[in-house]
Design a protein. Structure first.
Length: 319
């Protein structure tokens, strides 16, 4: 019996590629460039399944032109905002993701961004690296203390809960807003706020961990940012669309926001060139889950979903 044919759109971990080649006929291009709409449409006639990343976009217009041969999209990501789910379901195409395996890695990066933003890491690194460090003063590079501060978390899914666990190591007081309150054994003393406005007022640090949906796009706008305590620090390792970047820039310039740590932007790749003028904005190129362990686990999840589908079972991570 011939093996199913799959298209792997980007360069995944070696362990993932090795397993995929063992069990499937694999189409993969080592140039590692995002699949365009035309690529997706053309490839749908050649493969039975696709493992895409968030860099490939399955819009309604693209989905309408997909060949009937394509039956499953096994995302190498947790977020599925790059997929028009209703359009895909109407075509009978299953969509899966990779939940539960990238929470710690992403929360680690959120903690790194928070600490670097609070302790002026970009400025400090530049001063030492450039050879400009020729003085010291008690007033030199004074930052914001993380230990004991109030951390607000928007979205207490896997990553949000992992962020809370790590923040407790800094004796932070955890506050959160979520679609529903967590059970006490999951909440671990975190303080639930049933409104976003209530959370913002008590967030010395605010970390975003919610998906991008029509309700959350532009969620952190000028009026919401203004509700944060003066000198708050904003961290985003979720999706760039959650933040009104012009409003964030204005708040940075006014001092309402002391600093920000960002792993995602409205325009990716590329980011926001205006942010580069501000050393109190710490930036990473959307690499929250980029550890060897996590990349292997994400690839294994995607393949587990394909394996289940092709043996006639419901994929474990069906969206």
């Amino acid at each position: 019996m011939p093996k199913p044919v799959i298209w792997i759109t980007r360069t995944l971990s070696e362990a993932t590629l090795e397993r995929a080649r063992r069990d499937y006929e694999v189409i993969w291009d080592a140039t590692d460039t995002p699949g365009s709409a035309d690529d997706i449409i053309a490839m749908s006639a050649q493969v039975d399944g696709i493992i895409p990343c968030h860099s490939e976009h399955f819009s309604a217009a693209v989905v309408e032109q997909l060949d009937p041969r394509l039956k499953i999209i096994a995302n190498h990501s947790v977020g599925v905002d790059h997929c028009d789910l209703s359009a895909l379901r109407s075509r009978g195409i299953m969509v899966t993701n990779t939940p539960g395996v990238l929470s710690d890695a992403t929360a680690e990066l959120a903690m790194m961004l928070m600490l670097c933003a609070a302790r002026k890491a970009i400025s400090g690194d530049r001063i030492v690296r450039s050879g400009a460090w020729n003085f010291w003063s008690p007033a030199f590079l004074v930052g914001k203390q993380v230990t004991g501060a109030r951390l607000g978390i928007i979205g207490m899914g896997g990553v949000g809960c992992a962020m809370a666990r790590k923040a407790r190591g800094f004796d932070m007081q955890i506050h959160y807003h979520n679609r529903s309150r967590l059970a006490p054994d999951v909440e671990h003393g975190a303080i639930f706020h049933d409104t976003l406005d209530g959370l913002l007022a008590v967030s010395d640090f605010l970390s975003l961990h919610c998906p991008s949906t029509p309700k959350t796009v532009g969620m952190m706008n000028a009026s919401r940012i203004a509700q944060l305590p003066a000198g708050a620090i904003l961290v985003n390792t979720a999706r760039g669309s959650l933040i009104d970047e012009a409003a964030l820039l204005a708040a940075i310039q006014s001092g309402q926001i002391a600093a920000a740590g960002l792993d995602c932007f409205r325009d990716e790749p590329g980011g926001n060139a205006e942010f580069s003028d501000h050393e109190n904005i710490v930036m990473m190129p959307h690499v929250g889950s980029a550890t060897v362990k996590t990349r292997d686990a994400m690839g294994a999840k995607a393949l587990d979903n394909l394996d289940a589908f092709f043996r006639g079972d419901t994929p474990p991570d069906l969206v």
